[in-house]
Design a protein around this ligand. Structure first.
Ligand code: SAM
Length: 263
């Protein structure tokens, strides 16, 4: 049983901000409490104050907590319908481009930016320079993403003929080939802070905003608008949606797959 106390809860969030730079106040409270409670039960602490003291004694518990707070679940070609729609709705706009810049924000272990780079490589003229900026707050999953080493089961969602083209086998693992890897810059970035400059032709921010409070979501929709090139595209996760005044600043191209275009 966990005993709730708002002051203790806020003191705990302050500590995480001070020690780890993670501004938990921007995450939805019910989500935060659910995740925190998992760690509190695992460490048998039943008040926020007791857990705060536990964190101060055990530096490794911070990593376990941050791991719980930043859910890194992803998949190659996650929601294949989105990739189908990028092909049909987004790519025709870029047929004559000499370069395309994409930002995958909240890229987890790299499945999303690699999937995007593969799709663009397959579908755009070879002359077109594709650059993908892939960012996440979690340095551990970014390191995994940079290495680009995956188990066979992780590739099961990719179209089969892409696998030998973009991966080489090393024992039980599949490793991204360098010609794809060098199109992607992996960088640590916190979406609660300042946003990269752009301009981007496409911003993909999927299954991240859902954890943030509405004010931060609205701020990010404004910032994405600012860093998108004119006519650039924004793609959200299937359970996320544009909110507030920014609904008038994007045209909805496919509501089911959450594909929007900057007006
Ligand atoms: C569920 S994954 C989504 C991965 C991918 N976009 C997808 O849809 O498959 C959410 C990712 O958001 C990252 N994340 C959480 N809070 C963040 C923040 N404040 N700034 C940047 N990334 C964050 C997590 O580390 C995690 O890798």
């Amino acid at each position: 049983m966990i005993y709730e106390n708002q002051d203790q809860f806020e003191a705990l969030l302050q500590l995480v901000l001070k020690e780890k730079g993670l501004d938990c106040r921007q995450y939805k409270i019910c989500y935060l409490k659910r995740r925190l409670n998992v760690r509190m039960r695992a460490t048998q602490q039943n008040t926020y104050q007791a857990y705060r003291k536990f964190l101060e004694r055990d530096a490794e518990e911070y990593d376990r907590l941050l791991d719980r707070l930043t859910i890194n679940v992803s998949q190659f070609y996650r929601d294949p319908g989105v990739y189908q729609q990028i092909k049909q709705v987004v790519l025709p706009a870029w047929r004559r481009n000499l370069s395309v810049r994409v930002w995958s924000a909240g890229c987890a272990n790299g499945e999303e930016p690699y999937s995007l780079a593969i799709l663009l490589r397959e579908e755009l003229p070879k002359l077109c320079q594709v650059r993908v900026l892939a960012t996440d707050i979690d340095p551990i999953c970014l390191e995994r993403a940079r290495k680009g080493v995956y188990k066979a089961r992780a590739l099961a969602t990719l179209p089969e003929d892409f696998i030998p083209r973009y991966f080489r086998q090393e024992n039980d693992d599949w490793v991204i080939k360098p010609e794809l890897q060098r199109r992607i810059d992996f960088k640590r970035h916190d979406l609660t802070g300042p946003i990269p400059g752009g301009p981007f032709d496409l911003v993909v921010c999927r299954n991240v905003l859902i954890y943030f409070v509405r004010a931060l979501q609205e701020k990010l929709f404004r910032e994405f608008h600012r860093c998108l090139a004119p006519g650039g595209f924004l793609i959200l996760g299937k359970t996320e949606t544009l909110l507030g005044e920014m609904r008038n600043k994007y045209q909805t191209l496919n509501i089911r797959e959450r594909i929007y275009q900057r007006i």
